[in-house]
Design a protein around this ligand. Structure first.
Ligand SMILES: Nc1ncnc2c1ncn2[C@@H]1O[C@H](COP(=O)(O)OP(=O)(O)OP(=O)(O)O)[C@@H](O)[C@H]1O
Ligand SMILES: [Mg+2]
Length: 433
């Protein structure tokens, strides 16, 4: 039932309204002033408030302002004797629906009431519809935005995967190429190096023999009674000896053989590195004490380090870590050799091991020449080297990176030009799971 609140200090007007509205089937409440009306408003909702403007106490204007501000589903009509247009404007601005001017005709008043209720219903319907639309729009917008965000994330993931695919494809083909080259290099290197060692066995015999020949030639020279043909041969040998500078040759042969052997060793190492580029080691997973692993690596590379650096070791207590021990040795070897190579005259190499969080951390630092900032981002790229041709292939750190990656670990570098470099490796204690 539609509830209407009537506020008028004039009892006759109040009752008249009550009668008109009651007869028409409305549920009405009568109040003599604003204060009383406010009490009713606290108790229940009214669809319509009809208020006199001139009342003792709170004015009709203030009261209606309050009603419209606090009860947005309540409509308002004003009742007045005066026909004041300026106050009418203020009231319309507040949202009052109309005026009933005293004295009024019953039917006119009723029509004003019905009109106000009708407008109220239209406005509420409108508002409900608008609110529903707004909610729909905001839901759709949110859904669209969510969709957009998901699309962007997918796109980013795709880009990443694509970059990774390109990278791994590049690496795979470089790897295949490298493995092929390594194989090709290995065969000739094998026989060259085996020939060199045979040659080195032969050389001392040949040298001994040549020395005997030379003694014989010298002795022959002193004897005068030989046939001219022998003397001629002796002279020829003497001049050939001088021409060929046989003293120098005899001296140089072992040097040449040693150098060639070193060369083949280097070729073998490069071939090995190239193979690792294709498949880094067919090592077995094992629980290993990294300190022991480091110590054994140091033994192997000792020759490369001993003239360049004093090595300080600070091994912390470590749990055994599930890892590929041979491969870790290779990582440490590559980093230690780099450290020695970075030191020009004489310096220090420090090794520190610790448990940090869930990782075993290995720090290898040197007092070498350091790495210029612009090289830091390319350090782990395959074939990145600053060493002269023949001294470095630029694979050491790339292989190290791949091995540590395979261990779910990290490898980081800090460096200051002129001061030195520190590589930090972290291998998860939990191993490979
Ligand atoms: N401790 C270091 N101090 C200074 N520079 C370093 C250090 N370690 C690596 N570098 C720089 O990083 C480059 C790449 O190192 P990486 O071990 O991958 O290749 P390389 O030593 O040049 O050749 P390879 O190890 O294949 O024989 C080096 O050429 C060098 O410029
Ligand atoms: Mg290296």
């Amino acid at each position: 039932m539609t509830r209407i609140l009537i506020v008028d200090d004039d009892k006759a007007v109040r009752n008249l309204f009550g009668q008109i509205l009651g007869d028409d089937g409305y549920d009405y409440t009568l109040a003599a002033d604003a204060a009383e009306a406010r009490e009713y408003l606290k108790e229940q909702n009214f669809e319509l408030v009809i208020s006199d403007i001139n009342m003792p106490g709170e004015s009709g204007l203030d009261f209606i302002r309050h009603v419209l501000a606090e009860h947005r589903d309540t409509a308002a009509l004003m009742v007045t004797v005066m026909d004041d247009l300026s106050i009418a404007e203020t009231l319309f601005e507040l949202g009052v629906y109309g005026y009933i001017i005293k004295p009024f005709h019953v039917k006119d008043a009723l029509i004003s009431v019905k009109n106000a209720l009708h407008r109220r219903k239209l406005e509420i319907d409108n508002r409900t519809y608008r609110e529903k639309m707004e909610q729909m729009v905001s839901e759709r917008t949110a859904a669209l935005q969510k969709g957009k965000k998901e699309l962007e994330q997918t796109l980013n993931r795709l880009k990443e995967t694509q970059a990774q695919m390109i990278q791994s494809e590049k690496m795979a083909s470089i790897g295949q190429l490298a493995a092929g080259i390594a194989h090709e290099i290995n065969n000739p290197t094998g026989f060259v190096s085996s020939n060199l060692s045979t040659l080195s066995d032969y050389q001392s015999d040949v040298i001994t023999l040549v020395k005997e020949y030379r003694k014989l030639v010298a002795d022959l020279k002193d004897i005068k009674e030989y046939s001219t043909s022998i003397l001629e041969q002796v002279d020829r040998i003497t001049s050939l000896e001088a021409e060929a500078d046989i003293d120098f040759i005899l001296d140089d042969i072992s040097g040449l053989i040693d150098e060639s052997r070193e060369g083949t060793e280097r070729i073998k190492k490069i071939a090995l590195d190239l193979k690792d580029l294709a498949h880094p080691g067919e090592d077995k997973l094992k629980f290993e004490d990294i300190n022991r692993n480091l110590a054994s690596t140091l033994n192997v590379v000792w020759n490369e380090l001993k003239y360049k650096a004093t090595v300080t070791k600070d091994y912390g207590e470590l749990p055994e870590v599930e890892c590929y021990p041979q491969q870790l040795k290779q990582v440490f070897t590559n980093i230690l050799v780099n450290a020695a190579q970075a030191i020009e005259e004489k310096g220090e190499i420090g090794i520190v091991t610790r448990v940090v969080d869930e990782y075993v951390e290995i720090k290898i630092s040197d007092t070498g020449k350091g790495i210029p900032e612009e090289n830091l981002s390319r350090l782990f790229d395959p074939f990145f080297t600053t060493k002269e041709v023949g001294k470095g292939t630029g694979l050491g750190l790339n292989i190290a990176y791949k091995i540590i990656n395979k261990h779910n670990g990290t490898i980081d570098v800090e460096s200051e030009a002129g001061k030195g470099t520190t590589f930090t490796i972290r291998v998860p204690v939990g191993g490979q799971q």
